[in-house]
Design a binder for this molecule. Sequence first.
Ligand code: NDP
Length: 252
Amino acid sequence: MSRLAGKTALVTGSSRGIGRATAERLARDGALVAVHYNADADAAGKVVAGIAEAGGKAFAVKAELGVPGDVDTLFEALEAGLKEHGASGLDILVNNAGVMGGVAPEEVTPEIFDRLVAVNAKAPFFIVQRVLGILQDGGRIINISSGLTRFANPQEVAYAMTKGAVEQLTLHFAKHLSGRGITVNSVAPGITNNGTPVFDIPEVVEQMAALSAFNRVGETRDVADVVAFLASDDARWITGGFLDASGGTLLG
Ligand code: NDP
């Protein structure tokens, strides 16, 4: 498949999990993909190597998000990588990198709260602001939200608040960028097996699976395929949208 041939994409947080599956899928569709990561250079390198082995094109970009200067670091590395590969502009931005909370409402400290906001909400805002200078007309911005904006889980109240912000980012930038033919949409995964150890505990997986209408936890490709649809020309008429990629978790 080469429906993204000639396109370029940045997927934040694509050294593992949903971001990794998304980078791999966009590369399979023909895009040159910037595989962004924070700490795990080995993991990012393996994603890039895997894409190359499969006949695709990718390069790694390191930047810690949620700290001063994060967006400058990210774009310096991104633009250098694009240049090295003979490209200059970007066609697809996937704001995927994020951190979970997992803290009871009574235990959320200002430091925990600020970190969640910095990585999950502030960084995506300033990445979008910055990308406008290199994003091609007709481009795509896809922001990864969470089913937790619609499904209450008090342990994740602070995290869910940041994902509510992501959805507002989507709504307002969709209007702002419509004149350039750029679409902006949110994708909301439910519980998705990102390879962390909790997904190796059968009793826990069974409980998590029961939240989905299909009685299983999501696989990263379940979400990546939805992102790939939004990135494609097939989704040109969707903007400002919220796509539930939770396997029916939000049906109650
Ligand atoms: P993972 O925890 O598996 O991977 C997170 C990725 O983000 C890694 O590539 C990591 O890089 C990067 N990252 C994390 N923090 C930072 C930071 N401060 N600066 C730069 N990069 C960072 O994530 P998931 O695949 O589970 O989740 C991806 C997205 O989907 C997130 O936005 C999450 O909120 C959302 N989501 C996930 C769900 C799930 O069940 N998995 C459910 C609903 C939403 P490195 O490895 O180098 O640290």
